[in-house]
Design a protein around this ligand. Structure first.
Ligand code: PLP
Length: 466
C-alpha cells in the first residue's frame, strides 16, 4: 500500500502517527517506511480516508462494525449517556442503569441458563477473566487442582498475557515475547481443508476427538478445568470444524466436568445470523460465553463474560467469598448504553434474519473465486469468509512467503475501493451485517479483478501457479 498523502494537513497527521504511535501488531520495517492509512470517516459499510477516498469495508472494522457506521441514534445514545452519567464504577456493590439493563438484556438473549454477566473492557479481558474463573469455579467445587485449560492450535483469544498464551496462532508466537505454558494445553486445529490427505472428514473428526480424550487420560480429568473454543476460529483462518466436532467436544467436557467456554467475540451478535452461534449453529450449550466486538458494533469498547446460573451457584456457594477480578471500566455506563441501543437496532431491523438470508448469497458469490488458479479454497459461514491462496490446488502447497500474494491482493483491492484483510496466505472478510446483494457483487467482482492482476504479476515474476 502506498498510502499516498497529498494535502499538508493530512501529511502532518500521517507523520505524527508515524513518529509517535505503536500500533497493534506493528511490523516495524514497513511501518517506518510507509506509516499507516489514516481513516477519517465512516458511514454504513463505507470508510473514507483522510484524502477523501472511499472504500467498501469488507473487514467490518475488525469483525465488529455489525450495524454499520455513522448511525445518528448511536451517537445520540452515547452523547445522552455521557451527559447523564459519564462514568460510575460497578465494583462490589455499585451499579448504574445501563449496566444493569444490559446485563438483563444479555441474559434474555443468551442461550439456556446463561443469566449472569460480567462486563470487561473488550474480548481479551473477557477471555482472561474466563480463564481465571475456571480455577475459581473448580476450587469452589472442591477441586483446587483442576485448573488447566485446553485450547486449540490456530486459535486467537486476544492479546493480554493470558489470552495470548491460551491462543496459538503461529505468527503471533514471536520469540521476543514470553507466554504462559504451565497449565495450558493445545489440541490440533480442526481445519478440514488442511486435514491429512488419507482421512475423510469424518475420520479426521474422530481423530480430533480421540486426541482430546487422550490428553485427558494423560493429564488427568482431575487437572483439566476448562476447554476454550471459538465455534468458528476467526483469525486462525475461518476454520469451520468438521460436522459434529464441537458437540462431541462438549459431551467430553460434560463427562469430565470441564467447563466449556465459547469464545464468541466474533461469532456472536449476528455474524452467523444468531445472537450466539454455539447453540443455534452447533448444538452446544456452553457454560460460559465471551463476547465483545458486535456487542456495541464497535461504537464503544466493551466485552462480557456470560456465565450460567449453575456456574454462578457454585462460585457463590457459602456466601462469604470474593471474586477478585474486574476493571475500572467494567460496566461503563456509556459503553453499556451503546450496547443497548445496538441491540435495539439489531432487533428492530431484524438483522439476524437478514444475515441468515444474505449469508448464503455471500458464500456462493465469493465461492465462485475458487475457479481462479490461485484460489485453493473459499470457506465461511454467515458473514465471515476467507479466500485461501495456494500455488498448487492439488497438493495445496502455498507460495513462498516472499510472494506476499494476499497482501498484494488486498493492496490492489484497496486501490479499487475495497478493503479485505490479508492474513498469511488468506484474504479475510467480515462485512457489516447490513451488507446488500449489490455490495456483495461489488466485493466479488473487485476481488476477482485484484486476484487476476496479482496472478499475472506473479507469473511474470516466475512463480508457478495452478
Ligand atoms: N477472541 C476472538 C475470537 C477474537 O477474534 C478477538 C479479537 O479479534 C479477541 C478474542 C480479543 O478481543 P479484543 O481485541 O477486543 O481484546
Amino acid at each position: 500500500m502506498t498510502h499516498a498523502v497529498h494535502s499538508k494537513s493530512n501529511e502532518a497527521l500521517w507523520e505524527t502517527d508515524r513518529a509517535h504511535a505503536l500500533h497493534p501488531w506493528t511490523n516495524f520495517g514497513p511501518f517506518e517506511e510507509k506509516g499507516a492509512l489514516v481513516i477519517s470517516r465512516g458511514e454504513g459499510c463505507y470508510l473514507w480516508d483522510a484524502e477523501g477516498r472511499k472504500y467498501f469495508d469488507a473487514v467490518g472494522g475488525l469483525w465488529c462494525t455489525n450495524i454499520g457506521l455513522g448511525r445518528r441514534e448511536m451517537a445520540d445514545a452515547i452523547a445522552d449517556q455521557a451527559m447523564k452519567l459519564g462514568f460510575s464504577n460497578t465494583f462490589v456493590d455499585m451499579t448504574n442503569d445501563p449496566s444493569a439493563r444490559l446485563a438483563g438484556k444479555i441474559a434474555e438473549i443468551a442461550p439456556g441458563d446463561l443469566n449472569r454477566v460480567m462486563f470487561t473492557t473488550g474480548g481479551s479481558t473477557a477471555i482472561d477473566t474466563a480463564v481465571r474463573m475456571v480455577a475459581y469455579y473448580q476450587h469452589a467445587r472442591g477441586y483446587p487442582q483442576k485448573t488447566d485449560v485446553v485450547a486449540r492450535d490456530y486459535s486467537y483469544h486476544g492479546s493480554t498475557y493470558l489470552a495470548q498464551s491460551v491462543g496459538k496462532r503461529p505468527g503471533d508466537r514471536v520469540e521476543e515475547f514470553r507466554y504462559k505454558t504451565e497449565g495450558i494445553h493445545h489440541l490440533s486445529c480442526p481445519n478440514p481443508y488442511r486435514r491429512p490427505a488419507h482421512l475423510s472428514e469424518a475420520e479426521f473428526c474422530d481423530d480430533l476427538i480421540a486426541e482430546f480424550e487422550a490428553l485427558i487420560a494423560r493429564v488427568g480429568a482431575d487437572r483439566i478445568g476448562g476447554f476454550i473454543a471459538e465455534p468458528i476460529q476467526a483469525s486462525g483462518g475461518i476454520i469451520i470444524p468438521p460436522e459434529g466436532y464441537l458437540k462431541r467436544m462438549w459431551e467430553i467436557c460434560q463427562r469430565h466436568e470441564i467447563l466449556f467456554i465459547a469464545d464468541e467475540v466474533v461469532t456472536g451478535f449476528g455474524r452467523l445470523g444468531h445472537w450466539f452461534a454455539a447453540l443455534d449453529e452447533f448444538g452446544v450449550q456452553p457454560d460460559v460465553i465471551c463476547s465483545a466486538k458486535g456487542l456495541t458494533s464497535g461504537y464503544q469498547p466493551l466485552g462480557a463474560m456470560i456465565l450460567s446460573d449453575r456456574v454462578w451457584d457454585v462460585m457463590a456457594e457459602g456466601g462469604n467469598r470474593w471474586f477478585t477480578a474486574g476493571f475500572t471500566y467494567s460496566g461503563h455506563p456509556v459503553a453499556c448504553a451503546a450496547a443497548l441501543k445496538n441491540i435495539e437496532i439489531m432487533e428492530r431491523e431484524d438483522l439476524l434474519a437478514h444475515v441468515r438470508e444474505i449469508g448464503p448469497y455471500f458464500q456462493r458469490r465469493l465461492g465462485e473465486l475458487e475457479a481462479l488458479p490461485l484460489v485453493g479454497n473459499v470457506r465461511g459461514r454467515g458473514l465471515m469468509l476467507c479466500v485461501e491462496n495456494v500455488a498448487d490446488k492439488t497438493t495445496k502447497a502455498v507460495l513462498p512467503d516472499e510472494a506476499n500474494e494476499s497482501k498484494r491482493i488486498s493492496d490492489l483491492a484497496e486501490e479499487m475501493g475495497l478493503m479485505v484483510r490479508p492474513m498469511g496466505h488468506l484474504n479475510v472478510m467480515s462485512p457489516p451485517l447490513i451488507v446488500t446483494k449489490d455490495e456483495i457483487d461489488f466485493v466479488a467482482e473487485t476481488l476477482e479483478k485484484a486476484i487476476r492482476k496479482v496472478i499475472d504479476g506473479l507469473v511474470r515474476e516466475g512463480y508457478r501457479i495452478g
